[in-house]
Design a protein around this ligand. Structure first.
Ligand code: MN
Length: 147
């Protein structure tokens, strides 16, 4: 865990969803899971606090990994528009919508074709590894996306 004791009280927004002292990271290790055009920034990750707040930017037409895990996500859209799959349903997303991802529920975020999708995502600091779908899960979930 990185030492956050040196995090200043205020980190200024530089514009365009970049903040002083906040690095733009790879969403995941390349090749570790399927995804397209996603970056990750850890806004709050203090070891003294049991949660992290991250900002994810999905470029137009991009998407996050379809996955599930025991830990939950609390999400707020703060840029652009798109769609998400939560469980067995697909939902349109617009600015300031809130998304709850319950435990062990398939989820995926898609940016709109012409707009990015940027969202805050709160997670517990201690969390289990994401599970990826098997072929049979993909068949079921594929039907959701087509409808
Ligand atoms: Mn997840």
């Amino acid at each position: 865990m990185k030492d956050d004791t040196k995090t200043p009280p205020v980190r200024t927004h530089q514009g365009d969803f970049h903040w002083d002292g906040v690095e733009v990271l790879k969403y995941k290790q390349e090749g570790s899971a399927p995804f397209k055009d996603v970056t990750r920034q850890v806004l709050f990750g203090d070891a003294a606090f049991p949660a992290q707040l991250r900002y994810f930017a999905v470029a137009p037409g991009g998407w996050t990994t379809l996955e599930r895990h025991e830990h939950v996500h609390a999400v707020m859209v703060i840029r652009g528009a798109g769609r998400c799959i939560i469980g067995d349903k697909s939902y349109d997303l617009k600015l300031h919508d809130l998304v709850n991802v319950p435990p062990l529920t398939w989820h995926q975020f898609h940016a709109a074709p012409e707009k990015p999708l940027g969202f805050l995502c709160m997670v517990p600091t201690e969390r289990d590894r994401p599970q990826l779908p098997m072929q049979e899960d993909l068949v079921k979930l594929g039907q959701i996306l087509e409808t």
